[in-house]
Design a protein around this ligand. Structure first.
Ligand SMILES: CC(C)(COP(=O)(O)OP(=O)(O)OC[C@H]1O[C@@H](n2cnc3c(N)ncnc32)[C@H](O)[C@@H]1OP(=O)(O)O)[C@@H](O)C(=O)NCCC(=O)NCCS
Length: 187
């Protein structure tokens, strides 16, 4: 079975979670995705792609491009990468919400990990995050991610300096274990 076929049910919706759902991105979502990437409160923390690169991610077997919806309104997007790599290790490459600081962060990570582990069959999910992005790495830690140290060269900036890049990961068994989940999500 192709990876793209495994991901969504016939409706394209992926498991209802109170108020927030995850579904595959379609071309009509890209205006939202590009605007979210360009938001001055988001842009410093994530990579920024062209519309063409996003279209490629929608169609390739190696990446999953998804959006978060709250009552039919699109409130964020998610990129997963490495789907076709051996070892069932998937990268949470990018996550961004348009409605931040409203309690959607924890639920969006829960949905992202549920998708990676249950739908895509990942055994481990990893990510890197700028050390200066405490809003994100605290959320990952509370969501069950472990600290795996720092990338050797950090994240290089255009002026030649670098910012420490924290590496984090979570296994399927840690995600499934009650202790691996934030208390407010396991109730
Ligand atoms: C990262 C992101 C997905 C988190 O979602 P969110 O709904 O805004 O997150 P929350 O409101 O749950 O906040 C997460 C935690 O960070 C804390 N926080 C909020 N703003 C913060 C800041 N400026 N600095 C440090 N911590 C901050 C919150 O208090 C919360 O911690 P708590 O639950 O212990 O109180 C979202 O903020 C976002 O899209 N950010 C821009 C893109 C980005 O950074 N993506 C991640 C790249 S690795």
């Amino acid at each position: 079975m192709k990876l793209k076929e495994k991901r969504a049910g016939p409706s394209g919706k992926l498991g209802p979670v109170p108020q927030l759902e995850l579904r595959e991105t379609v071309e009509q979502d890209l205006a939202f995705v590009l605007a979210t990437e360009a938001d001055p409160d988001v842009a410093p923390w994530i990579g920024c792609w062209t519309r063409e690169r996003h279209l490629e991610a929608i169609s390739t077997e190696n990446e999953a491009h998804l959006v978060f919806c709250e009552r039919e309104q699109t409130v964020g997007f998610l990129l997963l990468a490495g789907l076709a790599a051996p070892g069932h290790t998937i990268e949470l490459r990018r996550i961004a919400l348009s409605r931040r600081g409203a309690g959607l962060g924890a639920r969006s990570i829960e949905l992202a990990l549920g998708y990676a582990f249950r739908v895509l069959g990942a055994r481990r999910v990893w990510l890197d995050v700028l050390e200066t992005n405490g809003r994100a790495w605290r959320l990952y830690r509370r969501s069950g991610f472990s600290d795996d140290g720092f990338a050797p060269n950090g994240h290089l900036l255009s002026d030649g300096s670098s910012v420490p890049l924290r590496l984090m990961s979570i296994t399927a068994s840690a995600f499934a274990a009650p202790s691996g989940r934030p208390a407010r999500l396991s109730s």
